[in-house]
Design a binder for this molecule. Structure first.
Ligand SMILES: Cc1ncc(COP(=O)(O)O)c(C=O)c1O
Length: 429
């Protein structure tokens, strides 16, 4: 297979202002964007329109699991698009069936519904829960404080962060929040209307906080006892990012009883398509036929093109054992980030995470002289400095930066990222 490694454009064209102008006139300003305009990428690097190269440790927020312009993705997109891009879900196609089988193989006995995004995958789980509890009048779903589950109306109601809900009240009814990793709080929160609990295995937008093994096992037992569905949002932390297919498999490895743990539903998106939009939820066998014909649908859910891409990604990840890379190189990066936290306590509070889902928590903005007078939170100011140094990361909240690199990140790229992060930290210490 021919490798495609685009180089920066030979003639430097500074189109930055014209692109920004197009956006300010024509694009709804719902995103707080950084001042960067990208044109193309290759592997772990992306190039801006002026030809500057950036090491992409943000991975499009955990999406670009094989990096940019991966030849296998390009090839399968071309190949499948020559055959069949879309037919309605009124009909069967082989790629959708095969992709569902791959997800079932790695999750457990059950079935899969295909959507287009993480929010849409979660919406499906919400509908599943409502169907499950409908005849008993149960509809309420408990989710965690600091969680993130998407930007649809039900998604923001499910998300445990006020800033996401603000201005869009009244909230869709049927969601309540419980403190994360607090089993007693979960038990106390259950009402006669409660039907499900939804958590992330590792909270992403909330600042890279893994669930504890005790919490996961405790929630499973609690949900069994109270006849609730237990859902895991694997949109960001799933798809091998932590070193296992799902984060709960990583969190519970070597924990007595952990091998028996299985949620009742898992939502997935992001890395599932490596940049091609696709989302899905898996539902455990006893509940797999709850959503019968006519109850749920999505025009673009599971197109042959999207499924062919996702199948190819599974193949590459398996063949190249990229989960091992995420685990081993992720451990090395975490150790390095911990070293930075120890060496520069005036800038870094701590480092945390699993595999290629890493967080670096900065000290309060006021304690970093170079940031104190700036309007932007510490995480944004730090990210801006990294951009100048040629590295992309993702801020989470006001003080955490996240590293969510492609699963095929190379050791020397990890080393380059760490040394540039260290340079920035040093300049602030
Ligand atoms: C844990 C989690 N769930 C759901 C979503 C929503 O996914 P999407 O933006 O594809 O709708 C995200 C997006 O960041 C996420 O991190």
């Amino acid at each position: 297979m021919k490798e495609i490694f685009p180089t920066p454009p030979p003639i430097v064209r500074n189109e930055f202002e014209s692109v920004r102008e197009l956006f300010s006139r024509n694009v709804v300003p719902s995103y707080g964007r950084f001042d960067l305009v990208f044109s193309h990428g290759a592997g772990s690097y992306v190039f801006d329109v002026a030809g500057k190269r950036y090491l992409d440790l943000g991975g499009g927020i955990a999406v670009n699991c094989l990096g940019h312009a991966h030849p296998a993705i390009t090839e399968v997109l071309v190949e499948q698009s020559r055959k069949l891009i879309h037919v309605s879900n009124l009909y069967f196609t082989e790629p959708q069936g095969r992709l569902a089988a791959e997800l079932v193989k790695r999750s457990g006995a059950g079935k899969v519904f295909f959507a287009n995004s993480g929010a849409e995958a979660n919406e499906g789980l919400f509908k599943l829960a409502r169907k499950f509890g409908h005849d008993e009048g149960r509809f309420e779903i408990l989710t965690a404080t600091n969680s993130f589950h998407g930007r649809t109306l039900a998604g923001i109601a499910a998300t445990g962060q006020d800033k996401i809900k603000k201005g869009f009240e009244p909230m869709t009814p049927g969601f309540r929040h419980i403190p994360f990793n607090d089993l007693a709080a979960a038990r106390n929160a259950i009402s006669p209307a409660t039907v499900a609990i939804l958590i992330e295995g590792v909270q992403g937008e909330g600042g890279v906080t893994p669930a504890t093994p005790e919490y996961l096992l405790g929630l499973r037992a609690l949900c069994d006892e109270k006849k609730l569905l237990l859902f895991m949002d694997g949109v960001q932390c799933g798809h091998f990012r932590t070193g296992k297919f799902q984060s709960f498999q990583r969190i519970l490895e070597n924990i007595p009883g952990g091998e028996k743990f299985l949620p009742d539903g898992i939502s997935t998106a992001k890395s599932l398509g490596g940049g091609f939009p696709i989302g899905a939820f898996w539902v455990r066998a006893p509940f797999a036929d709850l959503l019968g014909p006519g109850t749920h649908a999505s025009t673009f859910g599971g197109t042959p093109l999207a499924c062919a891409v996702a199948l190819k990604i599974f193949e590459v990840i398996e063949k190249e054992k990229l989960y091992e890379n995420a685990r081993k190189l992720g451990e090395w990066m975490k150790d390095e980030l911990e070293r930075l936290a120890k060496t520069y306590p005036s800038v870094v509070k701590n480092a945390r995470g699993l595999g290629f889902m890493l967080g670096l928590e900065l000290v309060e903005k006021e304690k970093i002289p170079a940031f104190a007078s700036g309007e932007k939170p510490a995480a944004i100011q730090f990210t801006n400095r990294l951009h100048q140094a040629g590295v992309l990361v993702i801020p989470a909240g006001t003080q955490v930066i996240r590293l969510l690199p492609p699963l095929n990140l190379k050791p020397q790229e990890a080393g380059e990222g760490i040394s540039k992060i260290e340079e920035v930290i040093k300049s602030l210490a």
